[in-house]
Design a protein. Structure first.
Ligand code: ZN
Length: 450
């Protein structure tokens, strides 16, 4: 397995995955999972069409070979092979001659953005349709003309829907989710960017000894997430929260959509990771992506979303203009850095308890009182061994003053209830410094992990 997260590697993945016609089921999704399996070891699952999952039923598997509209001279006016957004996703097969008025009822355009092809789906209603730019409609289609329509698609009731996961067992059972969706055809920010970022982030998680357990879930949005949760109800008991990763590589500002709690540890980690950026705060509302399913009463898993050009908020959203020219691998790498930082912070958010709870420790006796002023270049225990752990990207230089403050707060609060994040909120001291000092206390056998 090649460990590359550089620009050219991401560009290669984008170029390879972008043209594939994905949907909520079908061979495009399988091919996507095969390509992503070269990055990380994905477990792939097939859920039979017709399976009841809570209030939903897994639909028939849909595949498409070709689709076009020709005018009476035989000239192709719209061709799925030029852009897979041209077909309404999940269109039924159809061959026939239709007149202009009838054809219009099956055509979708965006008059407000006349050069863009809209993205439309018809998962749960058997019909067919084409999408095209409004300008193409005006130029190419004329009243009183007849048109030949050809849609070579298939519905298979004996087929299935594919999803995938991957799990990294940490030293604790407490588990965090990374979830993304794979059902969009040739659309770049929503959500090919999220699909690639999730796999790159998880590949990094896999390469370290993590303290907590992590689970990556890649599903067709909504129905795939519902099916996954239906099939993994007991596996969700240790899951405390996570991130739904989508729209991460646009040219605009970062954003953070908070969990339904707003102050959960995943929110704290995301907000700290973003603190040096200008970013838009989006409160939780029950729309958007699969946080709707994870946060439902039966699961109540808080999920946040860090974005770069959030879905709904940019003009190119759900159109052919959300393409590889709109996003960039540089932007994707920037957001990956933020997500990685959030995961590192979560890894540092541990709970410790003093072995001797009475009064302060005599720090000098344990070699912990910083006797020399000035800056420490690198905390001593962050040496060679630290590379085994995910949380050591500490760039903060710790001053002796910071360290004394951190020890004071830790000695005051390490009673086995307060986490590093709790102490960070009360003391305003950086999570990295608190964690580093707590680990020093642990090495000196003055505290234990809870
Ligand atoms: Zn979407």
């Amino acid at each position: 397995m090649i460990m590359q997260t550089d620009k050219s590697y991401i560009d290669m993945l984008l170029t390879e995955l972008f043209p594939i016609c994905r949907s909520i089921s079908g061979n495009g999704n399988r091919r996507t999972f095969d390509i992503l399996s070269e990055l990380i070891p994905l477990n792939k699952y097939e859920i039979k069409s017709g399976t009841r999952v809570f209030d939903w039923t897994v639909p028939k598997e849909w595949n498409i070979q070709d689709a076009w509209i020709k005018d009476s001279s035989g000239k192709k006016l719209v061709d799925f092979k030029n852009n897979n957004l041209h077909i309404v996703n999940y269109s039924m097969p159809y061959q026939g001659i239709v007149d202009y008025d009838e054809l219009l009822t099956h055509l979708h355009t965006l008059p407000s953005n006349p050069d863009a092809i809209p993205y439309r789906t018809t998962y749960y209603k058997e019909t067919w349709g084409f999408c095209l730019s409004h300008n193409e409609l005006l130029e190419k289609f004329k009243p009183n003309e007849k048109y030949e329509v050809n849609i070579e698609s298939s519905f298979n009731s004996a087929g299935s829907m594919t999803y995938a996961d991957c799990r990294k067992k940490g030293s604790k059972k407490k588990e965090y989710l990374i979830s993304t969706y794979c059902c969009h055809p040739s659309l770049a920010n929503d959500n090919l960017s999220g699909l690639i970022l999730s796999c790159l982030l998880f590949r990094e998680i896999l390469s370290f000894n993590t303290y907590y357990t992590f689970r990556l879930i890649i599903v067709p949005e909504t129905i795939g997430c519902i099916a996954y949760l239906f099939n993994n109800q007991s596996n969700m008991h240790n899951v405390v929260g996570g991130y739904v990763i989508t729209t991460v590589a646009g040219p605009g500002e970062f954003g953070y959509k908070s969990s339904f709690l707003g102050n959960h540890e995943i929110d704290i980690a995301a907000n700290i990771a973003l603190k040096d950026q200008n970013y838009i705060k989006y409160p939780f509302i029950p729309d958007g992506s699969d946080e709707r399913q994870y946060s439902s009463p039966g699961f109540r898993i808080p999920m946040g979303t860090i974005t770069k050009d959030k879905y709904y908020e940019y003009n190119e959203y759900h159109t052919s203009q959300d393409n590889l020219n709109f996003i960039s691998s540089d932007n994707l790498l920037e957001t990956l850095k933020i997500y990685k930082k959030a995961i590192q912070l979560l890894e540092m958010n541990r709970i410790y308890k003093r072995t001797e709870p009475h009064c302060e420790f005599f720090l000098s006796k344990h070699g912990l009182y910083p006797t020399v002023g000035g800056k420490q270049q690198q905390p001593s225990h962050l040496g060679a061994n630290s590379h085994n752990s995910f949380c050591y990207d500490i760039t903060t230089k710790i001053s002796s003053g910071d360290e004394i403050d951190a020890f004071s707060w830790l000695m005051h609060l390490l009673d086995g209830d307060e986490s590093i994040f709790d102490i960070h909120i009360k003391s305003k001291i950086d999570v990295e410094i608190l964690y580093n000092c707590a680990e020093k206390l642990k090495t000196a056998n003055l505290v234990t992990e809870v």
